[in-house]
Design a protein around this ligand. Structure first.
Ligand SMILES: Cc1ncc(COP(=O)(O)O)c(C=O)c1O
Length: 396
């Protein structure tokens, strides 16, 4: 059984079996990922791209195999390995934004963005005088597409979250990309929550940049990627300088690598790359689409039950949305609710989920969020609803 491959799911929390429902924050790791990283450090640890000895060769192969796997899985021209989604977006802001954008240029964002797809652009805006336009979120938790079309006028870059980490809503990416391309804007997709539950053919998708993190898809923390089309890649200037990203260095100046290494200065995340490859291979051992359908069924059932308990539920659970249920009770404090759940072994998240502009738009300061992933079961969802029913009966 898929679930049995996750050692952490055997543990107890506060004397109760762990029910881990904080998957939108980070997912758990199967044994194959733990073994791959342990094996790497036990048998092959060395630096990459630097020496001819056997261990260095194995380390280089381990690191580069992650890039090859990503390119193959997502059919991408270029895959730059970063520390995660956040660094991938900051890399675009530095390497592409600072090279291509000037005062008066327009970046279109949405109110649904995670802070990591807002703050780098605000910093660039302050530095360069770039104009930021935010597409509002409507009362039905979707983007206001009419406002999006207006905002596109003169846009050089459109940055949009694939799937909201708060609402679970998957945005109409195909339409967004097509309309952005029609005005000549490049498109960046924050796919941190999207790629864990679906896959994509990056070349036919049409976006220029796609950022995501390994740890939200059963891989290790500390590694992620930026997929880039060749034409956008050609417009990127080096961001961090250092070892590995250069071709030659003299006192007078340096020349740079022409491949992805140009953006991977210094010793990279080798064990993490090995672990991510193992996670990506592991994800091919089951049908992600089927698992996703099962989880969406569970999430929409939970959402319905919670409404029945008097909770306000924020989000949508259509077939392409994420299995994320954000909710609030009108009178029970969300932090108290999370503590009560934790005391019974349930791990959920509370707070603003790094999406303060979205919550501001919704007129709230935070939610309780239960997010499901491939190892979660219907029984766990039923246990959560039972627990919440008990809390409401006792405290409301
Ligand atoms: C939609 C979205 N974007 C970006 C991020 C940032 O990812 P990371 O912290 O792995 O860089 C997250 C993480 O929660 C997210 O959910």
């Amino acid at each position: 059984m898929l679930r049995d491959q996750f050692p952490i799911l055997q543990r107890k929390v506060n004397g109760h079996p762990l029910v881990y429902l904080d998957n939108a924050a980070t997912t758990q790791k199967p044994q194959v990922v733990l073994d791959a990283m342990n094996d790497y450090y036990s048998k092959s640890n060395a630096n990459v791209h630097r020496a001819v000895h056997t261990l260095a060769g194995e380390a280089t192969e381990g690191y580069e195999s992650c890039r090859s796997k990503l390119k193959q899985r997502y059919n991408a021209d270029r895959a730059i390995l970063t520390s995660g989604t956040t660094e991938a977006i900051n890399l675009v802001a530095h390497a592409w934004g600072r090279a291509k954008l000037q005062s008066g240029d327009v970046i279109v964002l949405t109110e649904m963005e995670h802070h990591s797809d807002i703050v780098p652009w605000q910093m660039l805006s302050e530095e360069r005088g770039v104009e930021l336009r935010y597409v509002p979120v409507s009362q039905d938790f979707t983007l206001d597409m009419e406002a999006f079309e207006h905002a596109l006028d003169g846009a050089a870059l459109v940055c949009v979250v694939h799937t909201s980490n708060v609402l679970g809503v998957r945005n109409p990416l195909e339409e967004i990309i097509e309309k952005s391309q029609a005005v000549g804007a490049r498109v960046l997709i924050d796919a941190a929550q999207g790629l864990p539950h679906s896959t994509v053919d990056f070349q036919s998708f049409g976006a220029d940049f796609m950022a995501f993190s390994a740890h939200k898809m059963c891989g290790p923390t500390g590694i992620g990627a930026l997929l880039v089309t060749q034409s956008a890649f050609d417009e990127m200037e080096p961001f961090m300088g250092g070892g590995d990203m250069i071709e030659t260095v003299t006192i007078e100046g340096s020349t740079y690598q022409t491949n992805e290494h140009k953006f991977e200065a210094g010793t990279p995340r080798i064990a993490e790359a090995v672990g991510w490859t193992a996670a990506l291979e592991w994800m091919e051992t089951f049908n992600l689409e089927n698992e996703h359908s099962r989880l969406i069924e569970i999430a929409s059932w939970v959402a319905e039950e919670l409404r029945g308990l008097g909770m306000n539920v924020y989000g949508r659970h259509g077939e392409h949305d994420a299995a994320v249920v954000s909710f609030l009770h009108p009178t029970i404090n969300s932090e108290d609710m999370a503590h009560l759940l934790d005391a019974r072994g349930f791990a959920v998240r509370t707070g603003h989920h790094c999406a303060q502009p979205l919550l501001h738009r919704l007129g709230i300061s935070g939610t309780v969020r239960a997010s499901f992933y491939v190892y979660n079961t219907r029984e766990e969802a039923e246990a959560l609803v039972d627990e919440l029913r008990g809390i409401v009966e006792k405290f409301a």
